[in-house]
Design a protein around this ligand. Structure first.
Ligand code: BV8
Ligand code: ZN
Length: 256
């Protein structure tokens, strides 16, 4: 947990709402992992990936056309993620989930850092980079060749394995979509952290919460299409605002 003295103050009315709120939904995007050294989707890609945009690589068409290229991009990301450590934002959310048992954590990130920080029930809306499935027969597989040069082969049909993440144009896993949508529809507080709120249906969860009159809070270093619809827009780093929120909730529970 960050040193409390440099954490930002939570506006008083919001502080009271947070302490009282029972059903929380937190949706995170790559901005929450950015301070762990994992590039966000909108960061310019670096090295050999500068000439590729994630939207072009994260598609089944791209994998079909050039499986080795797309597989190498995921291996490059896996190596970055392996070196990364969960940051103060991830750790604050792991503590918050213990303080608020009815908190649903929905992440668009595929890096598994929330689980490494201690969150157990993470709704992985876009899958997980460490899991694979067969591009031909769809069977889930746990290939040991996490960093191979070429996509590994399926042991059932010998098809190519692909990362078990949701590519553009692909459906969100049914269970993730249903549980995240239900949680948003029943939420008292909906907290969007570190996401540009551009990709649907993930960005639509805030709209579901809004219809349920939840208090909508956004943590982001920049404005997004969600910002004008929020009750509170907390401008700044996830590694400051999330520990500040968790510290406040912890203090208010201790004082009761
Ligand atoms: C689908 C996994 C149909 C892969 C990703 C309307 C409805 C439904 C679909 C669509 C629609 N309109 C358009 C679509 C199509 C598309 C879409 O939304 N396109 C966008 C570009 C317009 N959606 C889809 O294709 C989805 N599928 O709809 O299928 C269907 C339905 C039924 C049956 C068959 C088909 C699937 C989308 C999922 C794509 N997969 N990721 C991988 O990781 O490789 S998307 C990827 O980009 C992320 O997962 C995330 O969801 C998205 C955006 O990334 P962010 O996490 O927000 O990161 P970004 O860089 O954008 O922003 C970072 C933010 O953090 C910034 O705002 C920045 O200011 C902030 N920040 C940075 N540092 C910090 C910080 N904030 C705080 N602190 C910091 N330190
Ligand atoms: Zn197969």
């Amino acid at each position: 947990m960050s040193n409390l003295s440099k954490l930002p103050d939570i506006p008083n009315i919001l502080a009271a709402k947070l302490a009282a709120a029972n059903r929380w939904v937190v949706v995170t995007g790559s901005g929450v992992s950015a301070e762990s050294g994992v590039p966000t989707f909108r960061d310019a890609q670096t090295g050999i990936w500068t000439k590729h945009s994630p939207e072009d690589l994260a598609t089944s068409q791209a994998f079909e056309a050039n499986p080795a290229l797309v597989w190498k991009w995921y291996v490059w990301r896996r190596e970055l993620i392996k070196k990364a450590q969960p940051n103060a934002a991830h750790r604050a959310l792991a503590t918050l989930a213990q303080l608020k048992p009815n908190l649903s954590l929905v992440t668009q990130n595929v890096d598994g850092l929330h689980q490494r920080a201690g969150n157990e029930n993470v709704i992985e809306f876009h899958g997980n980079i460490w899991h694979e499935k067969c591009f031909s027969c769809d069977r889930h597989s746990t290939s040991l060749e996490k960093y191979s040069e070429q996509p590994p082969r399926c042991e059932i049909c010998n098809g190519l394995l692909r990362p078990n993440v949701v590519w553009f144009g692909e459906a969100i896993p049914e269970e993730a979509l249903a549980s995240a949508s239900l949680a948003a529809a029943q939420s008292d507080v909906f907290l969007s952290a570190g996401t540009s709120s551009l990709v649907y249906p993930a960005a639509g969860l805030a709209e579901i919460a809004l219809q349920n009159k939840a208090t909508i809070i956004e943590i982001n270093t920049n404005a997004t299409p969600l910002t004008t619809k929020t009750d509170y827009s907390l401008k700044g780093l996830a590694t400051l605002w999330l520990p500040a929120i968790t510290a406040h909730v912890k203090r208010s529970l201790e004082n009761h």
